[in-house]
Design a protein around this ligand. Structure first.
Ligand SMILES: [Zn+2]
Length: 594
């Protein structure tokens, strides 16, 4: 059901794996493959590899791997069909569906995005040209945003008329009434007429991670609620979309850090200050889904607002997120009571410094407490210590707790053991010992040891199948995993087909080999022959042992050929050794492993 298999295969063929991955992480060429930091787990040394020829990726750290479709699915949390569509659009391939309803859904989504794009263009042109937009231009200038900023962020102005956009989209752009309703651009009013959702507002278009316009935030210049956001729609889910992510993605990946703000103007102020990695939640509180999206791009998240306002519940949630998503949340060092847009207006350099000086969330909370305390008196120090210990006790990791307690002891001049006892009582009280265990993927995975010649033979079969065609046989492999991998490969039309049929360890082995360095720098033919000879020698030796044991009288014939192979292999006369291997193959092939 869904997209025709044939079209999925065409998309896979046409996709440039390196280009797709490079949108998310920096890749470096190493020999015939590419390498970078894994976007699926936190790491400092690159263990993520891409094989451009086979269109595959594999992480030696966490085991993540697959083809371009898998990569797009995982990194952008898309379902299979959406990931294929995404890649198809890039490759200029028109997809066909075996279920008309699914195709209609996709077309519907495209139509709503088109309508939203037309609204973005309409509002933008009005902001730049309409005499009535003078107030809006004046407001933006007062925030330090000039025409270049308006163009870079496609800012707009929704006129103070009840159906300006609705008329334009229906009459000039031929959109249907239902398109406008479904995209959240208009609603049906009391006299059953279409009315624009936004009027008299400065418009901030919201784009999804791919850069498709999906919604708006509108700021009122007078009266009414200051900000209004598009309703949720088939193309806009508030908890998943972050304003600015489409522009911030490259810098977030490059710096391994995202700055999270509360407002559209905060994001623009950060970009203006040269911090091009800011995003904002769209009129909602930071939610777990937002973190899941951001985690794909960077593990370090800097909150550029007062995260402590929401109190203890927010704190516990943040520690839990840090543990379960392997992220680090810190708080930007902004002047108290000011949001980034204000700071950016008066002192843009201060914004960059606020991000550089971000502190871990716990440190930020302790610091604020101590700053407010009277550390000059005994009573003041005792009260500050008590408050700070309670804050420390909320952290689920006892090593982290202890380091903060040691620092705190020094600051307040109280013995650390007393603080530890107080914290232990507090930690029990908030049940912080239920922290989830660290994820296994964090450490480099150990792979089972395998026979080198067998693995190398399989590697040649993966990369240079022509060199070993008809010279290999499943029976040559003693390791059942390697043997199954080879047999799947030999019985599949393409590498991808073999990979799809493989499960568990076999799948992992094939995937890993596909992206590993190739050891035969300039002479693949000799390399393939040497591997093959070693493999046949080992299998021949095993076969000989069985024949001798069972009293098979052909044992001496086998032994003679085997000796020829061994002596030529040691002498490096590969053509003779290869001939001997070819003679031995029927002896060992199909013989099983008695
Ligand atoms: Zn990984």
């Amino acid at each position: 059901m869904g997209i025709l298999d044939e079209d999925v295969a065409r998309v896979r063929e046409a996709t440039n794996m390196v280009a797709v991955v490079s949108e998310h992480i920096a890749l470096k060429r190493v020999g015939r493959r590419f390498q970078g930091l894994c976007p699926f787990h936190a790491e400092k040394t690159p263990s993520f590899s891409v094989n451009p020829e086979l269109g595959l990726y594999h992480c030696f750290g966490c085991g993540a791997g697959g083809d371009a479709i898998r990569f797009v699915r995982e990194i952008e949390h898309l379902d299979f069909a959406t990931a294929v569509e995404r890649l198809a659009a890039k490759a200029g391939i028109t997809l066909r569906y075996d279920d008309a309803a699914v195709g209609r859904d996709r077309q519907r989504r495209d139509r709503l995005v088109e309508a939203t794009a037309a609204a973005v263009a309409f509002y933008h042109r009005l902001l730049l040209e309409d005499p009535d937009a003078g107030m809006a231009r004046k407001y933006l200038r007062s925030r330090g945003f000039d025409g270049d900023v308006a163009r870079a962020f496609s800012l707009g102005w929704s006129p103070d008329r009840y159906d300006a956009l609705s008329l334009h989209l229906q009459r000039d752009k031929k959109f249907a009434r239902q398109d406008l309703l479904d995209a959240g651009l208009a609603f049906v009013n009391r006299v059953n007429k279409l009315q624009d959702f936004f009027r008299g507002r400065v418009m901030f278009p919201i784009f999804d991670v791919r850069g498709d316009p999906v919604a708006f935030g509108g700021r009122a210049l007078e009266g009414g609620p200051k900000y209004k956001n598009s309703p949720e729609s088939p193309i806009y889910q508030k908890s998943r979309v972050l304003y600015g992510l489409n522009w911030a993605k490259p810098d977030i990946v490059a710096k391994s850090e995202a700055v999270i703000c509360e407002g559209y103007t905060d994001v623009i102020a950060f970009f203006g200050a040269g911090v091009a990695r800011a995003v904002a939640t769209c009129g909602t509180a930071l939610a777990e889904d937002h973190l899941k999206v951001l985690r794909n791009f960077a593990p370090n998240l800097v909150l550029a607002y007062d995260a402590d306002d929401a109190g203890q519940n927010a704190a516990l949630r943040i520690y839990q997120w840090e543990a379960s998503y392997e992220i680090r949340l810190s708080v930007a060092d902004l002047p108290p009571g000011q949001d980034p847009a204000d700071v950016g207006l008066s002192d843009p350099a201060r914004l960059a410094a606020a991000v550089d000086g971000a502190r871990p969330f716990l440190e930020f909370r302790i610091e604020r407490l101590l700053r407010a305390a009277d550390l000059g008196s005994v009573e003041g120090r005792a009260a500050a210590a008590k408050g700070a210990v309670a804050v420390v006790a909320e952290h689920p990791d006892d090593l982290v707790r202890d380091q903060y307690l040691m620092q705190l002891a020094e600051r307040v001049g109280i013995d650390v053991d007393r603080l530890r006892r107080a914290a232990a009582a507090g930690a029990g009280a908030v049940g912080a010992s239920n922290a989830p265990p660290p994820r296994a993927g964090a450490e480099r995975r150990r792979l089972p040891a395998r026979d080198r010649a067998e693995v190398e033979a399989l590697r040649v079969a993966v990369h240079e199948p022509g060199l070993v065609a008809d010279r290999l046989d499943g029976a040559l492999f003693a390791d059942p995993v390697v043997r199954e991998a080879y047999c799947l490969l030999a019985s599949s039309a393409t590498f991808h087909e073999a990979l799809e049929r493989a499960g568990g360890e076999v799948h992992e082995l094939l995937q890993r080999l596909a992206v590993e360095d190739l050891p035969w720098a300039d002479d693949p033919v000799t390399y393939a022959t040497s591997v093959l000879v070693q493999l046949v020698e080992a299998a021949g030796t095993r076969r000989l042992a069985v024949m001798v044991r069972t009293g098979d009288d052909r044992a001496s014939d086998l032994k003679a050929v085997l000796e020829t192979l061994v002596s030529n292999r040691s002498a490096g006369t590969w053509t003779v050794a290869a001939d001997a291997a070819e003679q031995l193959l029927p002896w060992v092939a199909g013989s099983g492993e008695e």
